[in-house]
Design a protein around this ligand. Sequence first.
Ligand code: SF4
Ligand code: SF4
Length: 426
Amino acid sequence: MNREAALTKMTKGQPVRELANSPFLYMPLSAYRGHFARPVVREGERVLKYQLIAGLKDAFSANVHAPVSGTVVGVRDFSGAGGEKVPMLVLKNDFQDECIALPDEERGDPPPEAILQAIEAAGIVGAGGAQFPAALKYRLAGEDIKTFIVNGVECEPYLTADYAVMRERTQAFFEGIRLVNTLLRAKEVVIAIEEKNRELEAVFAPFLTQPRYAGFRVKVVSGGYPQGSQWQLVCAVTGLELAPPRHAAGEGIVVSNVATVYAAYQAVVEKRPVVSRILTVSGEGVGHPGNIEVPIGTPVGYVLEQMGVSSDRYTIVLGGPMMGRLVTDWSSPVTKGTNGVLVFERQTVDRENCIGCGRCIDACPMRLMPLKYAEGWRLGNLVMMKRHDLNLCVECGACESVCPSNVPLMASIFSGKARLREGSPS
Ligand code: SF4
Ligand code: SF4
C-alpha cells in the first residue's frame, strides 16, 4: 500500500475530533465568486457565538455568524487560498464560549418555505468549493425534479471528511437529505458513494428501510478521479452524458454535497447557523492525520500547529490535491468550502517544461486542451486561453494530476479565469 492510500485508510478509521480554538478568527465575507456579505457589527463590539455578524448584500452572498464569543477587531484585507486579498471580519476570541439563545429544536417538519428560510438564514453555501448559496440553488431548481443526487463520492486522495459525516452522523445526514427533498420533491433520491467505501451500505441499511426515507437508494460508483465531479457523477447515476451548455439543473437533476445536507439538518432542526467545518488534515508532513471539526475563520497555520506541523518547508493545499488551492500565507482561514488541509514536501516547479505528451488532453473529462492554458498564461495570451474554451473547464485538476512534467496547469487555469472575469480580452 502506498503512503497516500495508507494515510487515507488511517483518517477513514478515525472519529472526528475538535482542536483548541484559535485566539483570532478571520471570517471571509465573500461567498460565490466574490459576492460579499455586509458587516452588521461595529469595531470593538462584543459578539456571542452564533450571532449574525455579516448579512446578505445580494442574492449570491451568504450570512456570516460568529463561531466564538469575543470582540470585533474590524474588517481587513487578508490572503485567501491562492494568495488573493479578500475582506475578512476579524474576531478576537474571549474563550468564554457564550452563545446567543437558540430556539428549541424543531420536532415536526416545518413548511417548505420555512425550511428554505432556515437554510438561507444559516448562511449555508455549497460545501464543494464554489460556495454557491444553497437556498438560491434550491429556489432556482424548479418544479419538476426527477433525481436528487447526494454526492458522497470523495474521489480526491486523502479526503475522508464526508465519509466521517456519513458514518458517524448518519441520522443527521439522512434527515438533512429528507428536509432538502421536502423542498425539491424529487422522484428519487440517490446517495452516491465510492466502491472503496462500500461498507457504508451496511451503515445506511437500517435507515433505508424506514418509511420516512422511502424513495432513497444508494448507488456505488467506481472509484478514481474525477468521479465525484458533477458531470461524471450525473453520468454514473443517471446515464446522462452532459456537457456545457447542457447542465444537470436543466435535466431535472439536483446535486448537493454531504456537508451541505448535514448543514441543512443543523439549520432546520437544531436551529444552528454554519460556524464550523469538518475537514481532513493529512499529507506527508502530518504526523497524526485525522478528521477535525474547526470553527470557520481558523487560520490554517493554527490548525497545522495543533496537528504538529510547524515547519514552513512544506507546501500547503486547502482542499484536495487535485482541486485544492496552494496556500501561500499561513494565516489564510478555513472557509465554509474547505474540505481538507494537506501538507506535502515542497516541490520546485518549472513553468516552461511541457514536453507535449498529450496526457493532459486524454485526462480531461471536458475534452479540452489544458496545455494551451499553461502556454497562454506563460505568454500572457488570454485570447489563446479563451479560444480554447477555458470557460468550459470545471477545475477538476485531472490534467495536472497526470502531467509528467509538473506543469502548473491549475494555477494557469485559475489565474486565466480570474483575468477573464475581470474583463474579456478582445
Ligand atoms: S482542463 Fe484540466 S481542470 Fe479543466 S476540466 Fe480539463 S482536466 Fe479538468
Ligand atoms: S501532460 Fe503536461 S507535459 Fe504533457 S502535454 Fe500536458 S502539460 Fe504538457
